[in-house]
Design a protein around this ligand. Sequence first.
Ligand SMILES: *Cc1c(COP(=O)(O)O)cnc(C)c1O
Length: 364
Amino acid sequence: MENLRTPGPTPCPEPVLQAQTKQMINHRGAEFQNIMNGVTQDFKTLFQTKNDLFILTGAGTGGLEAAIVNLFSPDDKILSVSIGVFGDRWASIAQTFGADVTSLKFEMGEAADPDLLRKALQADPKIKAVLITHNETSAGVTNDVASLGRVAKEFDKLLVVDGISSLGSIDCPVDKWQIDVAVAGSQKGWMVPPGMTMLSVSEAAWKAHANAKMPRFYWDFSRAKKYLEKGQTPWTPAVSILYALNVSLKILLQEGLPNIFARHVRLGNMTRKGIKDMGLKLLVVDESYASNTVTAVWPPEGIDPDKLRKTLRDDFKLILSGGQGKLEGKIFRIGHLGYCSEKDIEDTLSAIKKSLPKHGYNPK
Ligand SMILES: *Cc1c(COP(=O)(O)O)cnc(C)c1O
């Protein structure tokens, strides 16, 4: 079997795979309503929120678009805090729908600096909202959303967070951090296939929604709310993914949030230590911001990371991700989120160690 160590899609436990083989049901019927209400409640627990929560059919990027079109009007000023490819993508979604986006950008490998966020917000009082990527999957860096969010709230701005590769894996307490909209994606830490995006919506976000004029139909929160009151979704949902979530979220709740977070800390530490012990360098500049769901690695001088990945795939059935954006062809990334054990990481590190000599590097 393959060792799929990409930061999404991630492997699924056997009972989760089995759940998806169940026969279809009427998505306007009582059985569906039970599942929908249960899974919504479980997500609220795992998001650590009492806010409204919607499970919508689509990729994570659809969730990012939903957050934008439901909160804003064209010409609204938005501050995008970006530390990599996914932060940039979100800014360009907002621009596409006509928002006036100011970008506060940091080099890939760096975390966003709360003091610079404060300066940016002081410089332009018209800014309505701050977009932040909690865990930047392209760089293996986790932003300090607690501190960044506190700054956003000093200025009473909406705090809109891409938690796609953190929620359910890295602590991201939505209510405690006053996150107005938090976005998740099913194929990351939730141990189910791609197909669903989940969003929490605060009271302040609903107020913004009431005046938001951006065009929207499929992603409309008002429609989602109206249907959720009946335990339904406005459009036919990915029913099989809901079956899968109905099992996977129970497994996660059984493990418990503190244990889930602690497991990801262990996996993150183990991955980084193993990489450094081989003499390789991490992309993250300050390790206190290193991500516990994905590690980005510089290959040794002169080694093509994409060729190394091919060897890992051919010889060890180990699948890693390459670099994105300006780091394409320059780095490789190891996913360690969701259904991942210490053994999976041991196997990953051992395969990398055995493959490097083939490319002319003898690890320490
Ligand atoms: C994976 C990911 C996305 C995009 O999700 P898709 O389901 O591929 O659209 C966005 N943001 C972050 C942080 C991600 O990790």
